[in-house]
Design a protein around this ligand. Structure first.
Ligand code: CAA
Length: 379
């Protein structure tokens, strides 16, 4: 077993770290406060190869492994989880899904621009009445011969207003339940497609989360991903990888908060000495560092299994379950270490604490991860 990162991995991590510190840190508080999508920053992330990290160079991507993706996600998420969720959805749910299951024509048409961040993708599964229970899709895709007629509403869609390409999951044969679902590529300007309300969120406020409405939208058959009825499997397989990205996001939020708390504890004095010299604070820092290290190992293990083409659904759910709990615990302690300063915006940790919560909700709640893990155990 080798715990050593390669030179290439270290270089990717360093590049992501530098980018986050120089390009994302300035303005992150303002973007959070005013719910501003980091459009310019995402463009630059695309130019640096962070938006299509695992896409093969043949389709315009960086051709990197999932471990590199985890390392970059951690660094970006330390500073700006709104930028990193956009990155994660584009990489894992859109690019990976398209490259793995799309037709050659679909890959050539969409991947190069998505991978370079020239356009952004969105993954549309959740509905007002189908969140965790993803088989209960109400959006319909009726087979009209050459095209599908798409009708319905999607909720909580990350990149909802900034995307140009949407992968929409919809029911074609309701009687077949999950085997009657399709995944369709819908382009932004298709008639009948409307971007709805923007959500005013607790955290990741710079990311644009919208509802989407589809009214008699005609989607060519050529835009279906996989065989007829493959849509649910497509969504599940894609989410297995997506959960590694969100686990890495949670890890980054935790490690970002920890680094700030560590720094603060060396600067702040109380009762005549720096606060890290008090055991009350030192023990908190020890617990935080230990939790983060364990979360990192779970993320890297899931990434490794994926890169090895082994079964990783179980490992990615474990990584997400654990890392998102660590994100909540560590950010809460980081605020505590900062005392009153932790409760105000200038010190970043209050934002990281707000951002942490979503990692226990999207791409499957913690309870969903436990379903995936327990079913894996009982297989
Ligand atoms: N990987 C591969 N296949 C899976 C799978 C997985 N993790 N989980 C289920 N499946 C397959 C099953 O094998 C089964 O296939 P067969 O019939 O061929 O055997 C099929 O899917 C149905 O499985 P179940 O009977 O277990 O289905 P279920 O209805 O009991 O529940 C679930 C399955 C795991 C709970 C699923 O509904 C689920 O994952 N729900 C959560 C959905 C989710 O994560 N939503 C997040 C939205 S996307 C998002 O948040 C993106 C963003 O913007 C950031």
């Amino acid at each position: 077993m080798n715990f050593q990162l390669t030179e290439e991995h270290l270089a990717v991590r360093q590049a992501a770290r530098e980018f986050a510190q120089t390009e994302l840190l300035p303005g992150v508080i303002e973007r959070d406060e005013h719910q501003i999508f980091p459009a310019e920053q995402i463009k630059k992330m695309g130019e640096l190869g962070f938006m299509g990290m695992m896409v093969s160079p043949e389709y315009g991507g960086s051709g990197m492994d999932t471990i590199s993706y985890v390392l970059a996600m951690e660094e970006i998420s330390k500073v700006d989880a709104s930028a990193s969720v956009c990155m994660s959805v584009n990489n894992s749910l859109v690019c990976w899904g398209l490259e793995t299951f799309g037709t050659e024509e679909q890959k050539r048409k969409y991947l190069p621009r998505l991978a370079k961040g020239e356009i952004i993708g969105a993954f549309c599964l959740s509905e007002p009445e189908a969140g965790s229970d993803a088989t209960s899709q109400r959006t319909t895709a009726i087979d009209m011969g050459d095209y599908y007629l798409l009708n319905g509403t999607k909720n909580w869609i990350t990149n909802g207003n900034s995307a140009s390409v949407y992968i929409v999951i919809a029911q074609t044969y309701p009687e077949k339940r999950h085997k009657g679902i399709n995944a369709l590529i819908v382009e932004r300007d298709t008639p009948g497609f409307v971007v709805g309300k923007k959500e005013n969120k607790l955290g990741i406020r710079g990311s644009d989360t919208h509802s989407l409405m589809f009214t008699d939208v005609k989607v060519p058959k050529a835009n279906r991903i996989g065989e007829d009825g493959f849509g649910f499997t497509f969504a599940m397989e894609t989410l297995n990888g997506g959960r590694i990205g969100i686990a890495a996001q949670a890890l980054g939020i935790a490690s970002g908060a920890y680094e700030l708390a560590l720094k603060y504890s060396k600067e702040r004095k109380a009762f005549g000495q720096e606060i890290h010299k008090h055991q009350a604070i030192a023990f908190k820092l020890a617990d935080m560092a230990t939790q983060i290290e364990a979360a990192r190992l779970l993320c890297l293990k899931a990434a490794y299994l994926k890169d090895e083409h082994a079964d990783y659904a179980h490992a990615s759910a474990m990584a997400k379950l654990f890392a998102s709990q660590v994100a909540m615990d560590v950010t809460t302690e980081a605020v505590q270490i900062h005392g009153g300063y932790g409760y105000v915006k200038e010190f970043h940790v209050e934002r990281l604490m707000r951002d942490a919560k979503i990692t226990q909700i999207y791409e499957g709640t913690s309870e969903i991860q436990k379903i995936v893990i327990s079913r894996g155990l009982l297989k």
